[in-house]
Design a protein around this ligand. Sequence first.
Ligand SMILES: [Mg+2]
Length: 336
Amino acid sequence: MRLSDIGEFGLIARFAPRFLERLPAGTVGIGDDCAVLPWTKDRRLLVTTDMLVEGVHFLRAAIPARDLGYKSLAVNLSDIAAMGGRLTAAFLSLGIPACVEVEWLDAFFRGIRDLAAAENVPLLGGDTTKSPGPLVINLAVLGAARRGRIKFRSGARPGDAVVVTGSLGDSAAGLRVVLEKRPRGRDEAALVRRHNRPRPHIPEGAWLAGRKAVTAMMDVSDGIDSDLRRIMERSDCGAAVNLDALPLSALLRRTARRYGWDERELAAAGGEDYCLLATVRRDASAETAAAFERAFGRPLVRIGTITAAGDGLRYFAGGRPAALRRRGFDHFTSKV
Ligand SMILES: [Mg+2]
């Protein structure tokens, strides 16, 4: 059997159960955006780690070193945001091919520092080694959250509203600009920047984690088509998404029109938005959205509803059932 037959999630499902047996009290292991460990009486430690491999997650010729440093840290901070945590510390390990220039690495570390300084998270250590193949970047980030103020993927219930904290598809459009070598006008450059320097939604995550009505949360890394399925699996439920309700930026709409791209496809299946996807109890969803808008000056956008287990993920557009042509990203089955 090949890895491509089972995919990334099939692989995790094969080994994860053995590591979920007999965990110490207060510990949450494999299966969410972060692991959770007991820390103090009322605080929990959050841990996340992510690997980026040249040729898989990035092309060294297609992203400036400084942006790559920034993004490598951002995607990890986003997982702390997804649990509702505050940032504590970061650790960086690199496998570096001999051909990489010191000036490139200087710029890469400047990018890490840009975001570490902005988010006030200290880089406390890591490891560096020679790589005989591609450049490999691994970050581990620690965060902290109050006990009982952590959101998991497993709490969604039928009837809950499905919401997102930011617009979808800009990052995927930026990637498409790069891959299709489109001329870099102002819009194209802005989309590429959204792809290269995503903003982790740390304050939004902490805010949502403080609301009892929020039942589940995760960050949007592979696209809602893939990510919402993770919530459905962990919460044992289905979901219905209204494609007409996906929040699209004016930037994305203009650029999609210019190149004939399907903007909703990019928004639903593109990925790397790094905003948050959450579910909110039906009876409190309007009040939660209004309070979010007062706090952040932009809407918490409702894109769908959690439905019964067995319904699967269904899409609607114009009030009628609809389908996506492509699915969200999976590491061992997707063709880039
Ligand atoms: Mg995540």
